[in-house]
Design a protein around this ligand. Structure first.
Ligand SMILES: [Zn+2]
Length: 224
């Protein structure tokens, strides 16, 4: 089913580019945005049971629609095991599963750098019904499929992207967790990406068909 939807979407885009009219492009973007909730990077049919197995504390959320924005296959997450979110967040099950795996890496790095796991993750939310700031395409936030992480509380201290990315304290930890996120998520944007991400990591579960991974290679080189 997914391959059929994907093929239809790609064909629609090609036709729009060939026609190259304003209406054609607009229609192609509309079709693409309609299909994206079904094309997420990480959408296992066993997602809910896998979240339970991994000790994620959550409640299921009914599907909702607001124009082209959707909350689809979503959960409201409070904790990833011992690591809690500052406030509970509604997000796609796939994003929650991806986050739970990433937080394993985050806690491993936290143990290495600070001797204890992350107690709390501060964030600026997930669902936000809007287009991307740099294009006419819907943001993954419009599908609750992206989250903005602002910092990590370890041993009672906050290590924030805004204050510690270039500081002496927490710099190596933050760069380590971002490097892990870059490979883990569909797309990870941070302070090295552009001016809009100086104070948070944008982590989403969109399907970029591997293209966004080129950034991870460059991040790795710049980080040395
Ligand atoms: Zn974001």
């Amino acid at each position: 089913m997914r391959i059929i939807l994907y093929t239809v979407g790609v064909l629609s885009l090609l036709i729009a580019i060939l026609i190259f009219t304003h209406d054609g492009l607009r229609s192609a973007i509309y079709v693409y945005d309609e299909m994206r909730p079904f094309l997420t990077q990480y959408a296992s049919p066993f997602c809910i049971s896998r979240l339970k197995e991994r000790g994620v504390q959550f409640t299921k959320v009914p599907n909702q629609r607001n124009g082209q924005c959707r909350i689809f296959n979503a959960v409201k997450v409070r904790n990833f095991g011992e690591t809690s979110l500052k406030t509970p967040v509604i997000m796609t099950c796939g994003l929650a599963l991806n986050l739970s795996e990433w937080i394993d890496d985050v806690n491993q790095l936290s143990l290495q750098h600070f001797g204890s796991a992350v107690e709390m993750i501060s964030h600026a939310g997930a669902y936000n019904c809007r287009k991307q700031r740099s294009s006419r395409v819907m943001s993954e936030h419009g599908y609750a499929n992206g989250i903005d992480v602002t910092g990590f509380i370890v041993g009672g201290s906050l290590y924030s992207v805004k204050d510690h990315w270039n500081g002496s304290r927490g710099k190596r930890f933050l760069r380590g967790v971002f490097s892990s996120a870059c490979w883990k998520f569909g797309l990870a944007l941070g302070p090295e990406s552009d001016l809009r991400h100086q104070d948070h990591f944008h982590l989403d579960n969109g399907n970029y068909f591997g293209i966004s991974k080129a950034r991870c290679i460059f991040n790795k080189i710049w980080d040395k």
